[in-house]
Write a protein that binds this ligand. Structure first.
Ligand code: GLV
Length: 395
């Protein structure tokens, strides 16, 4: 039997233009898209290695770190989570997961696969973890690794006190892993000052780069621990001693580990260059101002934010309660069909309960905030009206 070439691939590639106001990816700028149309380079070519060095400098700036072990994992944000846990965890290690939404559970699933004994400390629904919850869990479990998402994109909750958590981890001789995939650029993050051992972020959120290449950094303390492991990290692809050697992190000759996508590197390099030119503080301020404007608009529309405490709201992914009797999916479909604008529904524990509106990178502007508010309102009113008409037609 011969399998014929598929007919669908005879058609031209079709990609519609959409405004991505969900939890990410955000829209890439023209600068990023143009960069990605440059010629492909070999993964060991000096020009490619030079771009990797430039990307490393950009990552050190956005994380505010001087860590040598700063690089990218070739993979989506999830690969940062995998790499952090895979390198730190050895069989039988006690790992504590901070839960403010779905990401702590996802990390727990991964950690168990790497051989950890996993415990959870869970915040009340829609809340950040309290100091009492944290200290009680540390005392009860005495973890070797603690994981927390600074911003959980499923609930829109931000965990503000990473600095204090850093101190707590040192007190218990524990490594601190912070997922900043959805938060970096939307709120302050000071990796070295806050004693964070591993941090990773999403290239496709506030940075506005392409997905599939994940900035990550390991502290000197974490690196020393990884070098002293009794067994090698369980996944070759995530071994940061090998990846870091390819990225030229350790002052040793660069060796081939995997074939990096030069195309994604160009995109990330330009996204970082833009971010650095704007300046970290200005980027954070803009994201926060946009979120405040959105929150105000939501109130004016008679809608309600899901996270009750203002100081616990993540500026980048805003969660809004779905009004009673409204089908969130129909609202999202309306926005996409009529305006090609993505408004997302909930994830994990917030499915069906919230809309998620992302204000990230290119989409964190006053104009986009006003646009998405007006579309959300129009969509909800239209869906409500349709529901009333359907009810009436039954009478
Ligand atoms: C992805 O990050 C999501 O929150 O859906």
């Amino acid at each position: 039997m011969e399998v014929p070439p598929p007919l669908v691939l005879k058609r031209h590639l079709y990609v519609p233009s959409k405004t991505l106001m969900g939890p990410g990816p955000s829209n890439c700028s023209h600068r990023v898209l143009e960069a990605m149309s440059n010629p492909v380079l070999g993964h060991m070519h000096p020009e490619c290695l030079q771009i990797m060095d430039e990307v490393k400098e950009g990552i050190k700036y956005i994380f505010q770190t001087l860590n040598d072990a700063t690089m990218c994992i070739s993979g989506a944000g999830h690969s940062g989570m995998e790499a952090a846990l895979c390198n730190l965890i050895q069989d039988g290690d006690v790992v504590l997961m901070g839960i403010t939404g779905v990401w702590g559970h996802r990390a727990g699933d991964m950690a168990r696969r790497y051989g950890a004994e996993v415990h959870y400390v869970e915040a009340s629904f829609g809340r950040a973890l309290s100091w009492e919850e944290l200290t009680f869990a540390f005392e009860a479990h005495r973890p070797q690794v603690f994981f927390i998402a600074q911003g959980d994109s499923s609930t829109g909750v931000i965990q503000q006190n990473i600095r204090e958590i850093g101190e707590l981890c040192r007190k218990y001789d524990c490594f601190l892993v912070v997922d900043t995939v959805a938060s970096l650029g939307g709120t302050e993050f000071l990796m070295d000052e806050w004693k964070v051992d591993v941090a990773y972020t999403g290239s496709q959120k506030t940075l506005g780069g392409p997905a599939g290449i994940t900035p990550i950094s390991f502290s000197k303390r974490a690196l020393t621990h990884i070098r002293k492991r009794k067994t090698k990290p369980k996944v070759y692809y995530f071994d940061i001693l090998l990846i870091g050697q390819y990225w030229g992190c350790y002052g040793t000759p660069r060796i081939y580990h995997h074939t990096i996508s030069s195309t994604l590197l160009y995109g990330l390099r330009e996204a970082l260059a833009h971010f650095c030119a704007l300046g970290l503080k200005a980027v954070v301020r803009r994201h926060q101002e946009c979120s405040k404007r959105l929150q105000l608009g939501i109130e004016e529309l008679g809608l309600e934010m899901f996270v009750q405490r203002e100081e616990e709201r993540l500026p980048t992914v805003n969660t809004i309660k779905v009004p009673f009797g409204v089908d969130w999916k129909k609202v999202a479909e309306y926005a996409m069909r009529k305006y090609s604008v993505e408004i997302s529904g909930g994830l994990g524990p917030t499915v069906e309960h919230v809309f998620r509106i992302g204000l990230m990178g290119e989409n964190a502007t006053v104009e986009r905030v006003d646009m998405v508010l007006s579309i959300l309102n129009e969509a909800i009113q239209s869906i409500k009206l349709k529901a009333v008409k359907t009810e009436r037609s039954k009478i």
